[in-house]
Design a protein around this ligand. Sequence first.
Ligand code: SDX
Length: 468
Amino acid sequence: MSDKQADDQKHYMTLHDNVTGESWDLPILEGSEGPRVIDIRALYRDSGMFTYDPGFTSTASCQSSITYIDGEAGILRHRGYSIEDLAENSEFLDVCYLLLHGNLPSNAEKSAFEHDITHHTMVHEQINTFLRGFRRDAHPMAIMCGVVGALSAFYHDSTDIDDPQQRMISAHRLIAKMPTIGAMAYKYYLGQPFVYPRNDLSYAENFLHMMFSTPTEEYKVSPVLAKAMDKIFILHADHEQNASTSTVRLAGSSGANPFACIASGIASLWGPAHGGANEAVLKMLNEIGTKDRVAEFVKRAQDPDDDWRLMGFGHRVYKNYDPRAKILKASADEVLAELGVDDPLLEVAAELERIALEDEYFVSRKLYPNVDFYSGIILKAMGFPTNMFTVLFAIARTVGWISHWKEMLADDHQKIGRPRQLYLGETHRPFTQLEVREQSTAPSSSVDGANNGWSWLWGNKTRKIDNM
Ligand code: SDX
């Protein structure tokens, strides 16, 4: 929306300072759907005050047309299409085209896009050597952070962000190469040879082939696994202004090249409160072990003095069932049945969900299963080790990150992201020489405001991590 449209709308919120008696009229902007926003861009200039919103619980950081979420109703749409329709009727590359270009592709557009992506799946041969600098037991996400960031050292010819052609080539390169690099990280961890991509396979088939084939025998990609993989990629493709996407936007706002920006998104996604939760869910289900121990852990999750948390539950936006979790739950039953896998953890997960959805603590806080709750069970059944779960999330989310990066660069509202703060530190004080400091008995103030170590807030739970 242009600033002029906002003015013409003449919708204002009046802010009143009841100490000084001053008031300010702040324009209200309205999108095509979802909450209206109060435009505070002139607030500091006019009032000398900042707004305060750590964690951005009530802040719209940008305008976007890519993804719409209604957390109360459990709605997720990409460019107006519901996630249920896309998961049911599309392939992942259709959704990639939709996120990047705004519409589902025609036949000709789809073939051209598939050709472009397929023919960018190989990585520079030097990356094979580069990757060998890691220890064999390096976490695959550490390798993803390092190798994807290093891609800007290999593809200088697509780092000029002012050239639309180079922006598109880097987008194609990233979408195409993430599965190759992810599979290389896995093979390196196993000590097996890297498997080159094949142009005769679909995106999901190619990834499974690079992950699980070996030179010693023919590997036939299971159509069931390929379909499940493609659906999992679709469900993880984009999700509005989540932590990792906001990280990519902030990195991109300084003009950083796309490879470095996506590496910053990978780093943010790795956290257990975000994309790292799928790996944490499997660890949690294994810790619970059996159905009969579920109630004990549901109680622990509510104890403010116990930092044990129900991973895969709760969401900043969804205060209803995450629509992706519903689809994944149905997919989990399908895949496990098709594979003849009888995983007791599925039973533990179902019992955990049943009890939590009846428990006042979870009901009152609107904590429902999120995308990570069932994805781990399917991925485990498909043969992925838990330390690869977040890599799969990163592979899928790359198209979301790069679509937001592209949108941000084209947005005339966008500036370099530079938030301010509420300062709580020392006011000005004269310098004290060492000998004077030696004499004073007062202990030095703890820099982080906590009495010892860093405290890491998980809602009502604080997790004290010793001085890092
Ligand atoms: C993803 O943003 C996105 O869109 C992310 C994502 C995407 O596609 O990009 O959807 C992917 O990251 C999904 C979320 C995966 N993370 C987890 O499953 C980790 C477990 N969940 C939480 O840590 C938590 O729910 C968050 C981080 C997801 C959301 O945190 P918020 O919005 O900051 O909420 P909060 O921590 O303030 O919680 C509100 C209350 C607190 O209790 P009170 O202070 O009111 O007493 O709910 C409690 C919390 O203690 N709570 C939980 C809980 N989640 C929240 N209590 C126990 N177990 C939980 N899982």
